[in-house]
Design a binder for this molecule. Structure first.
Ligand code: UDP
Length: 140
């Protein structure tokens, strides 16, 4: 196992309901360290670029609208196997399929408004972290 870093986003449905602290407790209790964190309002261009891989998918336009509907909390999480570990803590994309105790099972409103984003592989984690953070902002 290796120490990794992964990009996390607490999405607008969760910031709207004041769930940042409860979600952060899931990360920390799950063995991850929050090594960077900032609350921002994404622009449409930033949301479109971030989710560019989904540009041709039917849900893309709605997803971008949702992601700019309120503030998000951008985070870098660090720990052993952090990318896969975070995906476990988050739960399945569709909350109907998410395991008990996961963030999405407890907090997600729908398959779109599913409370958190987490990188899915080392390459995307590196790209996504660099998209939102400068190296000086990451403090382990
Ligand atoms: N999404 C959606 N409808 C779908 C599938 C995905 O609105 O049918 C949204 C949802 O917010 C999801 C994001 O698009 O988190 C990215 O989808 P992906 O398949 O990459 O899921 P994730 O990696 O976030 O679990």
């Amino acid at each position: 196992m290796a120490v990794e870093r992964t990009l996390s986003i607490i999405k607008p449905d969760a910031t709207r309901r004041n769930l940042t602290g409860k979600i952060n407790a899931k990360f920390e209790d799950g063995g991850l360290r929050i090594v960077a964190q900032k609350r921002v309002q994404l622009s449409q261009a930033q949301a479109e670029q971030f989710y560019g891989v989904h540009r041709e998918r039917p849900f893309f336009k709605d997803l971008v609208s949702f992601m700019i509907s309120g503030p998000v909390v951008l985070q870098v999480l660090e720990g052993e196997n952090a990318i896969a570990r975070n995906r476990e803590i988050m739960g399945a994309t569709n909350p109907a399929n998410a395991a008990e105790g996961t963030i999405r099972k407890e907090f997600a409103e729908s398959i779109e408004a599913n409370s958190v984003h987490g990188s899915d592989a080392p390459e995307t984690a590196a790209q996504e972290i660099a998209f939102f953070f400068a190296g000086i902002e990451l403090v382990g």
